[in-house]
Design a protein around this ligand. Structure first.
Ligand code: NAI
Ligand code: 13P
Length: 331
């Protein structure tokens, strides 16, 4: 995001946790751990001091893995000005509470109207090369969404706004689970038909969860839904997809994350989405299948067979009237 924001502001301050990363970014203008060939703009500076990072800022952009967002916001709360706007990039659903990331940020930082969430098909590997991308900025407050739309929009990046922040964030959390399923299918040697089936039934599954959380299922047709689902299920850059392939090859989640130093958000999301679905009676067969493989020791072949041997149904899309979320014959 620094490459998108830096042309629009005087200075971007990056918070990093290690002095090694901070020194490399300040001295060489490169991140030594991620996108190592990318040169940071001259007006980007780094610090490991959170208080310094947000001193006198107009806005903060939060991009920690979802599991650390609450802790990061808690640490930030006493340093961030009360009127500073907050944009959340993290994609996930909190375990136990089933809160979306903008809700976690708002709980810890106060004033939900200053919080927005950004989601869409946005692999940093392509954005930093100036390849055309787009995303949606969602907030319950139109001014906050418009503020970040203005901050991020540029010649190669188009930002749309939405007031359906729950729908946008829910899409971002659940599509990662579907992408793991696609990676597994790809690793098993399945073809394009299989991926198309998983993605299409995946968007229906996402739609049911969006509806249950009070979002608009039509948001699934947009950049945060269909757009991000397509890129995450098909791109070579996707961690969730490539983890699914690695799993078939015998690698564990911990080993994959340790080798890549990157987060696989679909794994914890499968836990929280399944918890939520069981609590609310939502059918999430793809999520349940991924969860069973990751956390219940179910063999991959058996999970795939389980999906295929379900009772034949009418095709519902997950985007019908909201009360269809509770109908039995829905998926
Ligand atoms: N909104 C959007 O357009 C996009 C959002 N994302 C989301 O952003 C979040 C971060 O993804 P990436 O930047 O790709 O991460 P990454 O997978 O490249 O790396 C994870 C990073 O988390 C850091 N980290 C580990 N423990 C931490 C802690 N306790 N506190 C803060 N940071 C910690 C690691 O140092 C590492 O740099 C994820 O939730 C991901 O799904 C990712 C791509 C696009
Ligand atoms: O959300 C993303 C792209 O929009 C990143 O997806 P992965 O975490 O699977 O790489």
């Amino acid at each position: 995001m620094t490459g998108l924001v830096s042309p629009a502001v005087d200075e971007v301050v990056l918070w990093a946790r290690t002095s090694q990363a901070v020194d490399a970014m300040n001295l060489e203008h490169r991140n030594p751990n991620h996108l190592v060939d990318y040169t940071l703009a001259p007006n980007v500076v780094a610090t490991s001091d959170l208080a310094v990072a947000v001193r006198d800022v107009d806005a903060a952009i939060l991009a920690t893995p979802s599991a650390y967002l609450r802790e990061t916001c808690r640490n930030l709360a006493s340093h961030l000005a009360k009127n500073a706007r907050v944009l959340v990039l993290s994609k996930g659903m909190e375990r136990g509470t089933h809160l979306l990331m903008h809700e976690v940020a708002a709980q810890e930082l106060g004033n939900p109207t200053r919080v927005a969430a950004l989601s869409g098909p946005n692999h940093a590997e392509e954005i930093c090369k100036g390849m055309v991308s787009a995303a949606v900025v969602a907030s319950e407050d139109a001014e906050t969404a418009a503020y970040f739309q203005g901050l991020l929009s540029g010649p190669t990046f188009r930002a749309y706004v939405s007031d359906d922040v729950r729908g946008v964030e829910c899409c971002g959390a659940v599509k990662n689970v579907v992408a793991i399923a696609c990676g597994i299918a790809s690793g098993m040697g399945m073809g394009d038909n299989t991926l198309a089936v998983l993605m299409t039934r995946g968007i229906a599954e996402i739609g049911r969860v969006v509806a249950a959380l009070g979002g608009n299922p039509m948001t699934c047709m947009g950049l945060a839904g269909m757009g991000d689902l397509v890129v995450t299920c098909t791109s070579e850059h996707s961690r969730n997809r490539s983890f699914g392939r690695a799993l078939v090859a015998g690698e564990t989640l911990d080993a994959y994350q340790a080798r890549t130093h990157m987060v696989v958000e679909g794994a914890p999301a499968s836990e929280s989405v399944l918890e939520l679905a069981q609590e609310r009676g939502i059918e999430v067969p793809i999520t349940a299948g991924v969860h069973s493989v990751l956390y219940e020791g179910r063999p991959i072949d058996e999970a795939m067979e389980g999906l295929l041997t379900r009772v034949p149904r009418t095709e519902f899309y997950g985007m019908e009237e909201r009360d269809t979320a509770s109908k039995e014959n829905q998926c």
